[in-house]
Design a binder for this molecule. Structure first.
Ligand code: PXG
Length: 283
């Protein structure tokens, strides 16, 4: 039976419940992290904890625990569930309060779920995936900044629905300037003439932890790397394209909006970085 952590206690999955007055439910008011466990080790744990606290700070949500205490709660939940390879959903909601937007008087809930995730079918990791551009743009950074990993994921969900309607698993999201931002749950990379490129933070993206790892691996492998503004043209004309995320890991994109990318198969730099990523993840 899966055991879920809520505010210092463990509950069986069926009994792991929070109030219907929780502003996380009522307004999507809260923050979260999606983290992997590989070989019994929480991957990039401090980085995820740091991002959680930064997201919380931005929305003025005071987490009632220190970063070290949250980290320990996550470790304890992994242990109690005997999870060797899996997925952690760390959630802090604004907590129960009055009906009304005012967050004062809410008492945050800290929740840790340790379970499994498979975002895309396994075959797609060998063949590469098709994506489509969503008509809906990514949140304007002066609205809900995409750097906040908030519980308010409707922007991404609506884009994901567009992908599903188009028979795809993922959608490319542009920003308010029509530039490439990211996908609904992953960051985007392309390879053009041997140079690895990814949109910069100010394109309006979540600064993915997998993105950081892949950029570091590229530097180590002496692959030239640029964070640069790109448009859909750059995706269509790329030699290779791939996505990164805690759930997705590294996955090739071989078709965008019906345009075959490169050879139509996962490219050599994509494969090299995927292998290098899986190696550090499982290390
Ligand atoms: N952009 C967005 C919008 C995301 O939601 C990423 C990029 C990649 O970030 P990381 O730090 O994971 O490399 C994400 C992460 C899910 C799920 O349940 C989604 C994510 C992570 C884990 C699970 O679909 N998205």
């Amino acid at each position: 039976m899966t055991r879920v952590y809520i505010n210092g206690e463990f509950f069986d999955k069926a009994d792991a419940k929070v109030s219907v007055y929780d502003h996380g439910l009522l307004y999507g008011d809260g923050v979260f992290e999606g983290i992997r466990v590989y070989s019994g080790k929480v991957f990039k744990h401090p980085e995820h904890i740091a991002r959680l606290f930064e997201s919380a700070k931005h929305i003025t949500l005071e987490i009632p625990m220190s970063p070290a205490e949250v980290q320990k709660a996550v470790e304890d939940t992994v242990k109690i569930n005997n999870k060797v390879d899996g997925y952690i959903r760390l959630v802090v909601t604004r907590g129960p309060g009055n009906l009304g937007l005012d967050p004062r008087g809410c008492k945050p809930n800290v929740i840790v779920i340790v379970d499994d995730i498979s975002l895309y079918p396994k075959e797609l990791y060998d063949s590469g995936m098709r994506i489509v551009t969503a008509s809906l743009i990514r949140n304007h950074p002066n609205a809900l900044n995409p750097r906040i990993k908030s519980l308010n994921y409707l922007n991404n969900i609506l884009a994901k629905i567009e992908a599903i309607r188009a028979g795809c698993f993922e959608a490319l999201m542009l920003n308010h300037k029509g530039e490439v931002a990211e996908c609904t749950g992953d960051n985007v990379f392309i390879v053009k003439n041997g140079v690895l490129k990814t949109p910069p933070t100010d394109a309006g993206i979540l600064e993915g932890i997998t993105r950081d790892v892949v950029m570091q691996l590229a530097r180590e492998a002496k692959i030239p790397l640029q964070e640069c503004t790109m448009t859909r043209h750059d995706i269509y004309a790329a030699d290779e394209c791939f996505l990164t995320g805690s759930a997705a890991e590294v996955i090739a994109v071989t078709d965008c909006d019906g345009r075959i990318i490169g050879t139509g198969k996962p490219g050599p730099i994509t494969n090299k970085l995927r292998e290098a990523f899986m190696k550090v993840a499982r290390a």
